[in-house]
Design a protein around this ligand. Structure first.
Ligand SMILES: Nc1ncnc2c1ncn2[C@@H]1O[C@H](COP(=O)(O)OP(=O)(O)O)[C@@H](O)[C@H]1O
Ligand SMILES: [Mg+2]
Length: 258
């Protein structure tokens, strides 16, 4: 056995309360590089707040968040994204009136060297970058066969499952080292959900570390390499899916008793 890889992301005692609600309370976590870590927990257990803390939407009231050896708590979302953390949202956030390909180009924009300033000048470098971005976006679309031929479709005309897929691709367009997926299979039927999770394994196999929220525990069985269970803002237990799903505290929180 080789030594475990350095965690790509570490949380130490991270805390975010809303008034009297301890949404996330002294949460510590090491996210192993190159793996899929599943975060499970009943509704209201603090999973989305945890993503909002990692991605810079909220600043923790206490604790620290270190990404690739660098503290990121207190950095604004666009900085965190430029450093290599991308995410999707529990409620899909796409530009619904824009084309699929335009949404992917928006996702890529943070990584373009020239930025908006050069865009105004239409420099040769900007034009070259735009052309290569378009090429990359077209290639990215091939990741999901279900999206074949949809590059010039207006997002609002896609099926719900395909909008979920576009949102994942938009996150991947930024070439993240860490991808945060907030209940990506929500609203999908069992067959679609199982297929999507197999596709998420293909994302991991491309070298992207994945942190995956799911409130339906059975969905991540066979997908997550490592599972962390949360309840009431705190980590209850972590380990393999089998260890975590059998843990008495996890069973109790899912049964709504204690
Ligand atoms: N912006 C907010 N303002 C007030 N309370 C919030 C806010 N965001 C989340 N909460 C509360 O924090 C707790 C955790 O919510 P959330 O992180 O969305 O849980 P989960 O994603 O596990 O369902 C809930 O009690 C929720 O009502
Ligand atoms: Mg949530």
């Amino acid at each position: 056995m080789s030594a475990p890889a350095e965690p790509v992301l570490s949380l130490r005692d991270v805390t975010k309360h809303f008034g009297g609600v301890r949404a996330v309370n002294r949460m510590s976590l090491d996210v192993p590089s190159g793996a899929i870590t599943g975060i499970i927990g009943p509704n209201g257990s603090g999973k989305t707040t945890l993503f909002n803390l990692i991605s810079g939407i909220y600043e923790p009231q206490a604790g620290e968040i270190v990404f690739r050896g660098r503290p990121i708590h207190g950095e604004p979302p666009h900085r965190v994204s430029m450093l290599g953390v991308a995410r999707t949202f529990q409620n899909i956030r796409l530009f619904n009136e824009m084309l699929v390909i335009e949404n992917l180009l928006v996702g890529m924009h943070a990584q373009l060297l020239s930025g908006l300033w050069a865009a105004g000048l239409r420099t040769r470098r900007f034009i070259a970058e735009e052309q290569s971005a378009l090429q990359s976006a077209i290639e990215l679309l091939e990741f999901f066969p279900e999206l074949a031929g949809t590059h010039d479709t207006v997002v609002k005309n896609l099926s719900y499952a395909n909008r979920r897929r576009v949102e994942i691709l938009r996150a991947l367009a930024a070439r993240p080292a860490l991808l945060l997926l907030d209940e990506p299979a929500a609203g999908m039927n069992t067959t679609e959900a199982a297929k999507l999770l197999r596709d998420i394994r293909r994302i991991r196999d491309r070298g992207v570390t994945v942190l995956l929220i799911e409130h339906n525990m059975s969905v991540i069985s066979g997908v997550a390499d490592h599972v962390v269970a949360m309840d009431q803002g705190e980590k209850v237990v972590e380990g393999s899916f089998d260890e975590v799903s059998r843990h008495p505290k996890v069973l109790a929180s899912y049964l709504g008793s204690d």
